[in-house]
Design a binder for this molecule. Sequence first.
Ligand code: B12
Length: 253
Amino acid sequence: MTAQIVRPYGDTTGDGRIQVSFTLPVPFRTRDEQARAEGAALQLAGKMGLDPAMVVHAKGMGPDFTFFIVYGRVSHLVDLSEVKVAKREFELLSPAEINLQIRSSLGRKLVVVGATIGTDAHTVGIDAILNVKGHAGEKGLEYYREIKVVNLGSQVEIPNLVARAFAEQADAVLVSQVVTQRDAHLKNTSELAAAFREAGPDRPLLVIGGPRFDPAMTSELGVDKIFGRGTTPRDVASYLVHAIAPARAGTAA
Ligand code: B12
């Protein structure tokens, strides 16, 4: 049975050893600069509660920055009974169940329009969900007979996405945001939600995804659902069915 109170494992069970990496705006060119940089890293590690702490890797990043990996011991305990896990609010269905449910509930194909917005050119995530080749051993939404996928690609401007979504009579708009520098993903998502709000009351479902989103931020960002790291196409298809084409009484789910 797993213990309720656990500590990190480094060299031996429960020794509390962890490894952290960070960058400081300090140079690392001369011997003196290197010694000062490592001292700065150890000072930060100490303030973070790592005792003892050891710089196991330091590398200059351009003339003014240094990247560090620090290995050290923390005294904190993890109480597993206090861990909160968000519960999935929809049932995970098979592709056959998803197709059947769309057909019996909507009586037509479910239409999704996908894109990345802003300057974000990372398409691997949205393609993993949409393209037939899929992700993690699962086929993407293009594989589903009852789903029509319109993949607009990358760096789509929000007004163009809104126009296309209405032109396609999209049931859902799927947007990927991978770059999070200066909170670009949050700003772009809020702008997307505002643009759809302004476009009229009958907007499609807004589904956002990316590795660094907090799935609990849906209402704050004005969208319907946020998917994070490790999402699979079946997660998304099951959610779409739950939100757009729920099972009618008496139909198979
Ligand atoms: C491949 C890659 C690139 C490729 C992208 C090629 C392409 N066509 O996509 C190239 C080389 C072009 C690139 C460029 C850049 N990149 Co880059 N890139 C990566 C890298 C290595 C992998 C990303 C990836 O493909 N992951 C695999 C996919 C499957 O995972 P995913 O995106 O998380 O998607 C999953 C989930 O998040 C979710 N999901 C994602 N989107 C959606 C959408 C919906 C609707 C749903 C439901 C789910 C969902 O489902 C997916 C499957 O599980 C990451 C580092 C990393 N290891 O993650 C950096 C990274 C994302 N890149 C980064 C940066 C900085 C850049 C550049 C700015 C670099 C530069 N200075 O030029 C440019 C930006 C270009 C631009 N305009 O956007 C940073 C971002 C840092 C930040 N905090 O924002 C990262 C994290 C690297 C780093 N550590 O610095 N990059």
